[in-house]
Write a protein of this length. Structure first.
Length: 453
């Protein structure tokens, strides 16, 4: 029987199709591991290496998307997209929720989604850059060999080590032109240019990333997770940039462990794996009782619980300020650009929009590069540059606007949210989100996006 046939057979467990070195897989894997620890995921899940065979034979036919992670539910449903996977599982398995209740914890609920968006779609730029920059010929320290080895299992999972590595080196060079990407940008480096990383902005992106790590280092000094003693969507979101790229990749991994050791410890803690010294939600600390017995206590800060919603640490506000100062202007302009584009008559008959994050979407390259209609100016560290418009951001903002509505459904919630947003630079602009979305709504079907405006 062919492997993909066998995979169509139902399983009582979820199947996560992922790679260890993938940004969004790190987010979802840490989430599933957390739910599974509390047996809050039914029969649990199997983490399956998404080899090229499985991507072509199972994932693309199911969702028209070659991206990982993707999840197959026990009833056979496929879910593509890390945020949708978490939404799907939270609906199906509401115990041990990772999203603070919007009715009782409106500030934390909103903050969790804002941090997820920052981590998914803004921190991705630097994280993507470091992986490929430190793989360029002549750049020291260099992680090209490490990078090839970590990509290799997706191409040739069964081959011996050196064959795997040699094959991946050829793939990275022939397909993606990794070593000389700067002089001949294609593949991933073309994606970086499209995201607005150029020689002019490189240092500014690096400074932005450093600033965030520095805030997080101070935050994790006294909070084991974003909201205290238990992880939440905010932590799992941050695992996107902070696990596979900035912790696990060789060059930034060294920098994180040596310059931001508390962030490195938090990565291990949130992963809930090999984290004994970091302390995590899945262990206890013990003291010796009067009769010599072991007396357990929670291993994480704040008694192993989320802090009160009223308690908004300054460091949390600082993270949210990065969102509003750096990312919000890009999102705001994205809504305008997408609205102008869908009403320009340039949409194809299916009204499809590009759906990818890391690179222009094949077939839409002309629109998303150069001075195309799906590009716009943005600013990082005081430098103006051009980047592609990512319509997927509109979908993420639609999801956020539903959250905002739930968090502000009562007078108490509305007051709490407005007070928090009022303490942030330009934060109150978020309250106009629903109205801004009205001219450019999108629909996501599997891995494809369509305009509904
Ligand atoms: N928005 C998606 C993004 C998924 C994504 O871009 N995954 C990357 C790996 S982390 C990928 O598969 N890239 C390959 C490609 O875009 O062709 C999510 O949240 O899951």
């Amino acid at each position: 029987m062919r492997p993909q046939r066998r995979l169509r057979v139902m399983s009582d467990r979820y199947r996560l199709f992922s790679w260890e070195h993938s940004y969004f897989s790190g987010k979802v894997r840490a989430y599933l591991r957390y739910k599974d620890y509390f047996s809050a995921l039914g029969a649990g899940y199997e983490d399956i290496l998404a080899s090229s065979d499985l991507i072509a034979g199972v994932l693309v036919p199911a969702t028209q998307s070659n991206t990982v992670p993707q999840l197959q539910a026990p009833d056979g449903t496929f879910v593509q997209d890390s945020s949708e996977i978490i939404d799907y599982c939270e609906r199906a398995h509401p115990t041990h929720p990772v999203v603070p209740d919007p009715a009782t914890r409106p500030r934390q609920c909103l903050a969790a989604y804002l941090i997820e968006l920052l981590a998914d779609e803004w921190m991705v730029v630097y994280a993507f850059w470091e992986r490929w920059h430190y793989s360029l010929d002549g750049v020291e320290p260099n992680q090209f060999g490490f990078n090839a080895q970590q990509w290799a299992p997706a191409f040739l999972p069964d081959a011996d080590g050196s064959t795997r590595r040699a094959f991946a080196e050829r793939m990275l060079n022939d397909m993606l032109g990794v070593k000389n990407a700067e002089t001949n940008p294609r593949g991933v480096y073309a994606g970086l240019l499209a995201m607005g990383v150029t020689k002019r902005t490189e240092r500014a992106w690096e400074a932005s990333n450093d600033r965030l790590l520095e805030i997080l280092e101070r935050h994790f000094d006294s909070h084991d997770f974003v909201f205290g003693g238990l992880p939440s969507l905010a932590d799992f979101g941050l695992m996107g940039p902070l696990y596979a790229h900035l912790f696990r990749d060789a060059v930034p991994g060294f920098a994180m462990r040596t310059r931001f050791p508390l962030v490195a410890e938090w990565v291990e803690r949130t992963n809930g794996n090999n984290a004994l010294n970091a302390r995590s939600y899945n262990q206890k600390l013990y003291s010796v009782g009067e009769a010599g017995e072991l007396v357990p206590r929670p291993a994480t800060s704040h008694g192993g619980q989320w802090i009160d919603d009223e308690e908004v640490p300054d460091t949390l506000l600082e993270i949210l300020n990065v969102f509003f100062r750096e990312m919000w202007p890009v999102l705001d302009s994205t809504l305008e650009r997408v609205q102008a584009f869908v009403h320009s008559g340039e949409l194809g008959p299916e009204r499809e929009l590009p759906g990818k994050t890391f690179t222009p979407t094949p077939g839409f390259d002309v629109l998303q590069t150069g001075a195309g209609p799906l590009t716009h100016e943005f600013e990082i560290g005081g430098i103006r540059e051009r980047r592609m418009v990512v319509p997927y951001h509109v979908w993420m903002l639609q999801r956020l606007s539903e959250v905002l509505r739930a968090c502000t459904a009562t007078a108490r919630g509305s007051d709490a949210v407005e007070a928090m947003l009022g303490r942030l630079d330009g934060g109150l602009a978020l309250l106009d989100l629903e109205q801004k979305l009205s001219g450019c709504r999108v629909r996501k079907v599997g891995g494809r996006l369509f305009s509904e405006a």
